[in-house]
Design a binder for this molecule. Structure first.
Ligand SMILES: [Zn+2]
Length: 295
């Protein structure tokens, strides 16, 4: 190894921040999505630390914290700044989990992992994408010559259905909700304020969006996934769900809820959040399937 490279690596080890930047992604919505926002409390130990259009959620505990999603590669420094602005330390982030391995939710994970030293957890299919940096042909948004890759994560722990990943006394549960991607995962946990504990759901995208000739009904080169997609939507609707958070904040009005919050009322709390989110997804899937079948 050249001496210069050695010195740089040593410097990186000393400074311990996300200094090694991954290439930014330039998409039509990226600049708009990546607008900085002030971090805010959702409920109890659940905090929003993401950017304006892409969620990143921090669940804090006395023995360390759990971070859900990392936005774009260029979101990573903003997420890191938000975590620090709340008074938390990057080195206390012990676990980072992913909803789905597209570059707008997983792109910043590699840099955030390097900045924290956290373990990264994802579904089996998600882990493959995070480690290889490339989506598979079974991804509805796969393109034969993908322009945009996910920044590679060196090591990923594969998570199974129903598995609870713990950091000390806190933990998040994985619910496989395939459809938007084959590895899509919805995460749940409990947050308390005093004796009032609520079920929080970080719902993955249930949007049947596809690029190219991908077919959800098995008309292309991939199998019919319409039934398993519908099952994922039903699964989210049935979750214990006092608070729903979505991977794109606007899908559940998260910024409006944050703005409307007062010391006496918390608009994030609601009995119907997951059912309403699932109902919209169900309508989209029904429409998409009808289109594919030529109905
Ligand atoms: Zn996506």
């Amino acid at each position: 190894m050249a001496l210069v490279a050695k010195v740089l690596l040593a410097l990186a080890a000393v400074t311990g921040c996300a200094q090694a930047h991954d290439a930014p992604v330039n998409c039509d919505s990226c600049a708009e999505w990546n607008q900085p926002v002030k971090p805010f409390n959702v409920y109890g130990n659940t905090w929003y630390v993401g950017v304006d259009g892409l969620s990143s959620v921090l669940v804090t505990g006395p023995q360390g914290h759990i971070l859900l999603d990392g936005g774009l590669p260029q979101s990573a420094p903003l997420i890191e700044a938000n975590i620090k602005a709340l008074g938390f330390r990057m080195q206390d982030v012990k676990l980072i989990v992913n909803s789905h391995a597209h570059w707008d939710h997983a792109g910043g994970i590699a840099a955030l992992q390097r900045a924290s030293g956290a373990i990264v957890g994802a579904s089996q299919s998600g882990a493959l994408v995070l480690q290889s940096g490339t989506n598979g042909v079974d991804d509805p948004q796969y393109e034969a010559n993908p322009v945009v890759h996910v920044a590679k994560v060196a090591k990923v722990k594969v998570v199974q259905e129903g598995e609870v990943l713990k950091v000390g006394s806190i933990g998040v549960t994985a619910h496989m909700t395939p459809g938007h991607t084959p590895g899509s995962t919805t995460w749940t946990w409990t947050s308390c304020e005093g004796h009032r504990c609520l079920d929080v759901v970080y719902a993955d995208s249930l949007n049947p969006y596809a690029s190219g000739k991908f077919s959800f009904t098995g008309k292309g080169k991939t199998p019919d996934i319409s039934a398993s997609f519908a099952a994922s939507i039903a699964k989210v609707a049935a979750l214990k769900c006092d608070i729903i958070l979505s991977v794109h904040p606007d899908a559940t009005g998260m910024m409006e809820k944050a703005a409307a919050r007062t010391p006496d009322s918390n608009p994030f709390i609601g009995a119907d959040g997951c059912r309403e989110y699932a109902a919209i997804a169900g309508q989209r899937l029904t429409k998409r399937i009808a289109q594919e079948r030529g109905e």
